[in-house]
Design a protein around this ligand. Sequence first.
Ligand SMILES: NC(=O)c1ccc[n+]([C@@H]2O[C@H](COP(=O)([O-])OP(=O)(O)OC[C@H]3O[C@@H](n4cnc5c(N)ncnc54)[C@H](O)[C@@H]3O)[C@@H](O)[C@H]2O)c1
Length: 321
Amino acid sequence: MTTILVTGALGQIGSELVPALRERYGADRVIATDLKVLPPGGAAAVAPYGHLDCTEPHQLHEVVRRYDVGTIYHLAALLSASAEAAPQLAWSVNMSGLYNVLEVAREYGCQVFFPSSIGVFGPSTPRDATPQVTIQRPTTIYGITKVAGELLCDYYAQRFGIDTRGLRLPGLVSYVAAPGGGTTDYAVEMFTHAVRYASYTCFLSADTRLDMMYMPDAIAAMMHVMEAEAGRLRYRNAYNVTAMSVTPAEIAEAIRRHIPGFGVDYEIDPVRQAIADSWPRSLDDSAAHRDWGWAPRFDLDAMTKDMLARLKDKLAAARGR
Ligand SMILES: NC(=O)c1ccc[n+]([C@@H]2O[C@H](COP(=O)([O-])OP(=O)(O)OC[C@H]3O[C@@H](n4cnc5c(N)ncnc54)[C@H](O)[C@@H]3O)[C@@H](O)[C@H]2O)c1
């Protein structure tokens, strides 16, 4: 049995994907890696853990060879807002990192998961019920790296027979790890601020409609598409997936059903607002439903109830320490 390598494992997704993979495939079979250097003793909690910079091909080779890696979940990347602040670094991490992963996968015959994004779409894409196959002309460096990434994964699948698979993930809402500099981070912040302060200042306008998904659904979708029968996948990179299409005002309203006094005001960040305005308002993910049975479990109300309960528990535990 080969092992599973996760790059960028200490981020928002990896913090929940690694435990889920370990539960399903066995703790010793999942190697968590990240650029971050953990404090002394910190690695024990996420072991097996290794420092790995995905822009350094020899480091990837070393880990894949040493641990007999058969599957790579390549999460390491700069997200939309962070990428816009450092476009050159974003190109290096997002493109060189993926190229190195695909090259090592070619050499060792690994299966690869690539997390694409709603950022692959741009202002000329139809913004409502955005189809699986449509115009992809993003205006952000993040989107450009994700479109190029989708194409590169398709190329490695067609040219070298590498089993690459991917999802166009929407904004992800979670309570375990903080989001890493994306345009949809406001949603997570809104929940955490609601529980801590009962108020929040949102950096997107009240009526900015975007797709979102609760993290347990995202983790299930990633593992599901990786286990899907290859012959059923009409698309490799990447499938549209979504769970809800919501605005800041609608999330605030859902939170108010649990925290009636929750107050939200709006101070628009022009950079992130411009990114959001170039993205779809809702995705058509019927191809994922049809081809490999994608079905989310959480809608806005179910996610809100669970998020608030988990965050309250987390806050109580932190205060009790
Ligand atoms: N979170 C979302 O809402 C979302 C939505 C769509 C797609 N995605 C994609 O999913 C992936 C993971 O996202 P996330 O939210 O966990 O991001 P994150 O920013 O929370 O985590 C990314 C991790 O990558 C690490 N990293 C950065 N540079 C690295 C390098 N050179 N080598 C190795 N590790 C490096 C960082 O230290 C960080 O821990 C990304 O590819 C992102 O584009 C995320």
